[in-house]
Design a protein around this ligand. Structure first.
Ligand code: MN3
Length: 222
């Protein structure tokens, strides 16, 4: 009797795992928390409509396939073999989940000592890094992302990708672990900044969560 119960419990949890679906993490602050740099309406539409659509469409695209049992990073690692729907929506889900965490209403967060040292070595200064990353975002034609990544040899690098691609994908020109990502799709800034993407990029540095970026740096360089 006892054995039968254990078997049932195991079978049930396996079934639950197989049906696991990707979900949005709750936004760690209010929609208006990043005002005036990112307006509340943009945040709400971005989180509840755009990002919600990526995760919902990802779950639809992988339903009934072996991808249901894989982590998001695993799916990204062999994205060249998947459909455009999986590529766009797995990328979109991963990118936005990262994006919400690297923003914060907390003022004056700073890179950790270890990250600050790496920034100085790679770019000369934090201001130089901001300038280069902003330029990567400004120069991205159409929709996409600007990234600060840790490469396979544990170095910092700046890159950008189109659409919802990212540096974890096997098709990325420059590969690495993203520790900071800036969404430069118009949906991320158009209501407040219209065509002025450069102004949005400048404003971004007022709400960057360097605590989170530092944490991601520590994990990527372990
Ligand atoms: Mn977006």
């Amino acid at each position: 009797m006892k054995i039968k119960k254990i078997f049932l419990a195991t079978a049930l949890s396996a079934a639950t795992f197989a049906m696991a679906q990707f979900k949005q993490t709750p936004l760690p602050y209010a929609y208006n928390a990043l005002e005036p740099y990112v307006d509340a309406q943009t945040m709400e539409i971005h989180y509840t409509k755009h990002a919600a659509a990526y995760v919902s469409n990802l779950n639809k695209a992988i339903a009934g396939t072996p991808l249901e049992k894989e982590s998001i990073t695993k799916i990204l690692s062999h994205i060249s073999k998947e459909s455009p729907a999986v590529r766009n929506n797995a990328g979109g889900h991963y990118n936005h989940e990262l994006f919400w965490t690297v923003l914060t209403p907390e003022k004056n967060t700073q890179p950790s000592a270890k990250l600050a040292k790496a920034i100085t070595e790679s770019f000369g200064s934090l201001d130089a890094l901001k300038e280069k990353l902003s330029k990567a975002g400004a120069d991205r034609f159409g929709s996409g992302w600007a990234w600060l990544i840790v490469t396979a040899d544990k170095k910092l690098a700046i890159t950008s990708t189109g659409n919802q691609d990212n540096p974890l994908m096997d098709i990325a020109e420059v590969k690495g672990t993203p520790i900071l990502g800036i969404d430069v799709w118009e949906h991320a800034y158009y209501l407040k900044y219209q065509n002025k993407r450069a102004d949005y990029l400048t404003a971004f540095w007022n709400v960057t969560n360097w605590n989170e970026v530092s944490k991601r740096y520590e994990e990527a360089t372990k």
